[in-house]
Design a protein around this ligand. Structure first.
Ligand code: BJW
Ligand code: ZN
Length: 242
């Protein structure tokens, strides 16, 4: 079991603003594949084909089948102890902000209530043309879904080359700027603009803690690198904080 420095628990007790920013690694222990790394999705699939507007326009059927496959998987999996520990932290720390790049809805299912979802949420759909939410169930066997405006319906997630939701990204940057303790958890810290958040927090004086099974581009500038699984490290932090 990893040794959590006492100093980190003291900082958590004294911090006035704590931010945790999560990526796909947090859901790996639930059985949701990550994007990069050995068993990553992008090793077998092409991100330009599946996660861009151009890819969707070129082959909407293929993209929809991939999203339906992932939705089915995400419906079957459960939040893991890492998600649950973050939901506990929200209750234990007076000013706690959870930022996630994940679209899998597992933070909400674990009980977190204030979540900034930077890359959308795979349980929602919207119109590609007019952006209006689309609440009806998608049945691919009945054909591709269309909006009342005639536009194609797409998953409400952020693809490469697209802007992030304005309210969420603004709030995330503001939280990073104000944080005195910033956790970066289970993300390769490669995809912008989310990858900039821990660096911004550090420049603004935050103590930056990275939790990952392997080092990333953030590791050398982080104040503390806890190497290991988030589903094991986060519950231990919560246990020590209690
Ligand atoms: C564990 C663990 C365990 C495992 N415990 N840890 C060149 C330079 C700079 C930027 C760009 C560039 N070219 C293009 C860009 C911009 C681009 C970008 O950043 N690209 C980089 C890849 C280079 N960004 C964008 O396009 C963004 N939009 C944007 O910038 O808008 C402005 C703009 C507009 C127009 C033109 C130009 C700019 C949008 C990014 C959208 C990303 N979308 C995806 C798909 C979402 C939908 C879906 O899921 O289907 O989001 S891609 C994918 O990557 C997904 C993730 O949220 C995102 C981040 O991945 P994450 O979470 O870090 O996962 P992994 O797999 O990379 O890492 C997992 C980590 O966990 C690893 O480190 C493991 O070690 C660790 N781990 N198990 C702890 N148990
Ligand atoms: Zn529409």
């Amino acid at each position: 079991m990893i040794n959590i420095p006492e100093q980190l628990i003291a900082r958590l007790k004294n911090a006035s603003k704590v931010v945790a920013s999560t990526g796909a690694g947090v859901s790996a222990e639930s059985g949701v594949p990550t994007f990069r790394g050995q068993d990553g999705i992008w090793n077998k699939m092409n991100p330009e084909e599946l996660a861009s507007v151009d890819g969707f326009m070129a082959n909407p059927q293929l993209v929809w089948e991939w999203y339906q496959y992932r939705r089915d998987l995400m419906d079957k999996v459960e939040p893991n102890p890492g998600h649950k520990a973050l939901a506990d932290l929200e209750k234990m720390v007076s000013d706690f902000t959870l930022i996630t790049q994940n679209v899998d809805n597992l933070h909400r299912r674990a009980g977190s209530s204030r979540i900034l979802e930077l890359h959308g949420n795979v349980t929602r759909n919207k119109c590609l043309a007019c952006d209006k939410p689309y609440a009806e169930e998608i049945r691919l066997d009945k054909g591709l879904p269309y909006c009342s405006c005639g536009g194609m319906i797409r998953p409400d997630v952020v693809w490469f080359g697209e802007m992030l939701p304005e309210r969420e990204i603004r709030a995330a940057f503001a939280a990073a700027e104000e944080a005195d303790l910033f956790f970066s958890i289970g993300t390769s810290t490669l995809v912008q603009p989310a990858a900039a958040l821990p660096f911004l927090a550090r420049r603004n004086g935050a103590y930056v803690v990275e939790i990952n099974i392997e080092p990333t581009g953030l590791t050398t500038i982080s104040d503390l690198f806890l190497q290991g699984k988030s589903g094991e490290i986060l519950p231990e932090i919560v246990r020590l904080l209690r």
